[in-house]
Design a binder for this molecule. Structure first.
Ligand SMILES: Nc1ncnc2c1ncn2[C@@H]1O[C@H](COP(=O)(O)OP(=O)(O)OP(=O)(O)O)[C@@H](O)[C@H]1O
Length: 295
C-alpha cells in the first residue's frame, strides 16, 4: 500500500502542494487530474523521490520511503517522467534494458531478458528493437520509455508505477493501449498513479480519480463521483455535461461551450460580451461502445 500523509512542498517560498493525503491499495489505478499548473507533476516528483516534501511522509508498504535502500526501492517504484529527452543513439532494446540496471545484482540475466522481451512485445516494440532512439517518432519514443519502466517492475507486482502523462505524443490507438496496459497491470496487483489531461480516458480506465486544484486535493473518488459538471467547472473552468454510457456504465464528459476572449482574436467580433463557441451536443446513443476496447 502507498500512503501519502499530509505532504506539503514549497519552491522559492511559493507553496506548490498543500497538505495532500491519500492512500492507494494494490490493484488500484488512480488518475491524477487538474488544470495546467495544479501541481500534478510536482506531486509525482515527490512520490518518485526526485524531490522531498517539506512536511508530511510518503509510506510504501508501511515504511517511510526515506528509509528504503535505493536498490530495493528501484524494485518497488518506477517513474515515467513527462519529458524523457534522449540525445545519444541508444537502440530501443538498450533503453528498455536500462529499466533493469538500477538493481542488476538483485536480478538474474534470465529474468532481465524475459522482462525485456515481454515488455517490448506488450508495447509493440519488437520490430523496432534494433532501431536507434534518435530515429523514432515522438510517440514511438514514448512507448520505449513505457517499456523501460514496465521492465523495471516486471517481476514485482508489489510495486507502484508512476506515469506522468504517459500518452504524450501517442495516437489514439496507442493512448488506449497504454492505459489498457496500465489497467491490466493494476489487475495483476500493481498500484498505478497516472497523470492525464484527457478526462474521458481517465473515466474509462481509472478505478479512482483525484483532482488537484492550486496544489490541493479537491476530490477523490470513483469516476462517477468525481467527474460531474460542477467539478469540471471548478477545476477546469469549462461548462460540460456528464453522460453515462449505457453499455459500459462509464462516465463521459462533453464540453458544452468554450469561452473565447474576442478582443485577442478578431476585431470583427463586435461584441462587448465574451463570445461562446457552442459545441454540438452528442446524444447518448451516438457514443462509442467503450467496452469494445481491448489490449
Ligand atoms: N522549477 C520550478 N520553478 C518555479 N515554479 C515551478 C517549478 N516547477 C513547477 N513550478 C510551478 O509549480 C506549479 C505546479 O507545476 P506542475 O508542473 O506540478 O503542474 P502540473 O499540474 O503538472 O501542470 P501541467 O498540467 O501544465 O503539466 C506551476 O505553477 C509551475 O509553474
Amino acid at each position: 500500500m502507498l500512503r501519502v500523509e499530509s505532504i506539503s512542498y514549497k519552491l522559492n517560498n511559493r507553496p506548490l502542494l498543500k497538505d495532500i493525503s491519500f492512500c492507494i491499495r494494490p490493484g488500484e489505478m488512480v488518475a491524477l487530474l487538474g488544470a495546467n499548473g495544479a501541481g500534478k507533476s510536482t506531486l509525482m516528483r515527490l512520490l518518485s523521490g526526485e524531490r522531498k516534501p517539506d512536511s508530511g511522509r510518503i509510506m510504501l508498504y508501511g515504511a517511510d520511503i526515506k528509509g528504503y535502500n535505493r536498490k530495493v526501492l528501484a524494485t518497488k517504484r518506477a517513474y515515467l517522467q513527462q519529458y524523457n529527452p534522449i540525445t545519444m543513439a541508444f537502440s530501443v532494446k538498450e533503453i528498455v534494458m536500462m529499466g533493469r540496471y538500477g538493481f542488476k545484482s538483485l536480478s538474474s540475466a534470465k529474468n532481465d531478458q524475459l522482462a525485456l522481451t515481454e515488455t517490448m512485445e506488450i508495447c509493440g516494440l519488437t520490430d523496432l528493437a534494433d532501431r536507434s532512439m534518435l530515429s523514432l517518432s515522438g510517440g514511438e519514443q514514448q512507448r520505449v520509455h513505457l517499456a523501460r519502466i514496465l521492465a523495471q517492475l516486471w517481476d514485482n507486482k508489489d510495486s507502484v508505477l508512476l506515469l506522468d502523462e504517459p500518452t504524450n505524443n501517442m495516437d489514439i490507438q496507442f493512448q488506449h493501449q497504454t492505459l489498457a496496459i496500465a489497467a491490466a497491470m493494476a489487475k495483476k496487483g500493481y498500484m498505478i498513479i497516472v497523470v492525464l489531461h484527457e478526462v474521458n480516458l481517465a473515466a474509462q480506465y481509472a478505478s479512482r480519480i483525484i483532482i488537484l486544484k492550486d496544489g490541493r486535493k479537491w476530490w477523490d473518488g470513483t469516476p462517477v463521483q468525481v467527474l460531474t459538471p460542477q467539478h469540471m467547472y471548478t477545476a477546469f473552468g469549462i461548462h460540460a455535461q456528464a453522460y453515462t454510457d449505457q453499455s459500459s456504465l462509464k462516465t463521459i464528459i462533453v464540453p458544452k461551450e468554450i469561452k473565447l476572449d474576442a478582443g485577442k482574436f478578431n476585431t470583427n467580433l463586435k461584441t462587448t460580451q465574451q463570445p461562446v463557441y457552442k459545441l454540438k451536443t452528442i446524444e447518448t446513443d451516438e457514443l462509442i461502445n467503450l467496452q469494445s476496447v481491448k489490449i
